[in-house]
Design a protein around this ligand. Structure first.
Ligand SMILES: Nc1ncnc2c1ncn2[C@@H]1O[C@H](COP(=O)(O)OP(=O)(O)OP(=O)(O)O)[C@@H](O)[C@H]1O
Ligand SMILES: [Mg+2]
Length: 395
């Protein structure tokens, strides 16, 4: 089972590359589903068919689904919405406003994750291709399992206990609505559905993320940041797809500067993303629409490579023993020590990088050890842990 995620800046060709990949996988005999988490309906446009929230068959071995978060929300979280509306009513928001406010931002992403997991585990598919929304939303989506498991572990359990004991007191003192057990149960049910999605997404044997770019400075700059953040969350990026390269056959001098610029950007991409394979895809003569065109386009992307296979193996995170020390090594390309902030608690290391944070739960080998130094070596953050002597601990 493979999950292939495609991400990149707006308009670079993510949907086209994802759809082509899905067609190529299906035609090589793999049972394939392509999901779009993008509320804009471009996937339907690329296949030139109507798509819905339910999977639609495109051809043998290929189905496509356009996720509709609103439908899922109604199905799964009605109890929570009712509570949220009641709560907002209590603080003074009027009914209509409360209904609107109760649509929690980021929920689309949560539903998308649950669907990715359901399809991956259904046994019905060999490949799940995900056409992601532009970068910012994708990063939110992909950082979510981490954030959720942290939240559920730390806050939810405590809050639930607190509510159980505090409810009789609070309700005697105030008329504030208190979340009933059905609200917690709804959250719990939903969380159970999501539980394990993270394990699937950070397993490099299962999931590969591919960065789609155009050979332009601003696009490449964003892709570099995306690579860093994806690595922070433990995702395995396995290729960069450079889309819309001007073909050599275009000889009009109008494009001379574009060509020089593209070549320069390509050289930068090759060097910066090394050792990732950099797949070059030409600008073609017209929009890529329909299964046949997408199939042709897939050969331009992958050549002799198998699109379903893992195209590179970079380990985002591992622990290794060095003498009597242990080193936690995190791949954070394009960053340096001034970009990160670190903190350690009993069982976690917190890494803050730009707008993102990841709490890495320490493996047993690192518990009861103290992080002493952190250095950057070849794009990897290496945090050295030493044993804490009982004497030191006592003081
Ligand atoms: N190499 C190419 N040559 C010619 N046209 C292309 C190429 N790649 C993509 N296109 C066309 O560019 C348009 C935008 O592509 P696409 O929808 O795949 O981008 P996207 O990154 O998914 O956009 P969005 O960020 O809006 O989701 C489409 O009409 C597509 O057919
Ligand atoms: Mg798109």
């Amino acid at each position: 089972m493979r999950i292939l995620l495609f991400t990149g800046k707006g308009g670079v060709g993510k949907t086209t590359v994802a759809a082509s990949t899905a067609v190529a996988c299906a035609r090589s005999g793999l049972r394939t589903i392509i999901l779009s988490t993008d509320p804009a309906h471009s996937l339907a446009d690329a296949f030139d068919v109507q798509l819905h929230d339910e999977p639609t068959m495109i051809e043998v071995n290929l189905v496509a689904q356009q996720l509709d978060a609103r439908i899922r929300f109604e199905e799964a979280w009605a109890e929570i919405r009712d509570f949220a509306v009641e709560m907002l009513g209590w603080v003074g928001a009027d009914a209509v406003e409360a209904e609107e406010l109760a649509v929690v931002p980021g929920l689309d992403e949560v539903f998308a994750l649950a669907d990715i997991k359901d399809h991956a585990e259904s046994g019905n598919f060999d490949v799940v291709v995900v056409d992601c929304a532009p970068t910012a939303e994708t990063l939110r989506l992909l950082s979510l399992p981490d954030v959720l498991s942290w939240y559920m572990g730390k806050l939810f359990e405590r809050q639930r206990k607190l509510t159980k004991f505090a409810r009789p007191f609070v309700s005697r003192l105030t008329n504030m609505p208190i979340a009933g057990t059905e609200v917690f149960e709804a959250i719990r049910r939903f969380y159970d559905r999501l539980d394990g999605v993270r394990d699937l997404l950070i397993d490099g044997e299962v999931t590969s993320a591919r960065l789609v770019v155009n050979p332009q400075r601003m696009v490449v700059a964003e892709a570099r940041r995306t690579f860093t953040y994806l690595s922070l969350f433990g995702y395995h990026v396995d290729a960069v797809v450079v889309n819309r390269m001007l073909p050599d056959a275009v000889s009009d001098p109008f494009f001379d500067e574009w060509r020089i610029d593209q070549k320069a950007q390509l050289a930068i991409i090759d060097e910066a993303f090394e050792p990732l394979p950099v797949l070059r895809v030409p600008l073609v003569q017209r929009e890529v629409i329909g299964v046949e065109e997408l199939h042709g386009f897939s050969s331009a992307i992958y050549g002799v490579n198998d699109p379903a296979q893992r195209l590179a193996e970079i380990d985002p995170l591992h622990v290794e023993a060095r003498g009597d020390k242990f080193v936690l090594s995190v791949h954070l390309p394009f960053s340096g020590k001034h970009d990160v902030e670190l903190a350690q608690s009993v069982d976690e290391v917190l890494i803050a990088l730009g707008p993102y944070r990841r709490a890495i739960v320490l493996p047993d080998s690192l518990r009861n050890r103290q992080a002493t130094t952190a250095t950057f070596i070849d794009g990897r953050l290496e945090i050295v842990f030493v044993r804490v002597e009982p004497r030191t601990r006592a003081t």
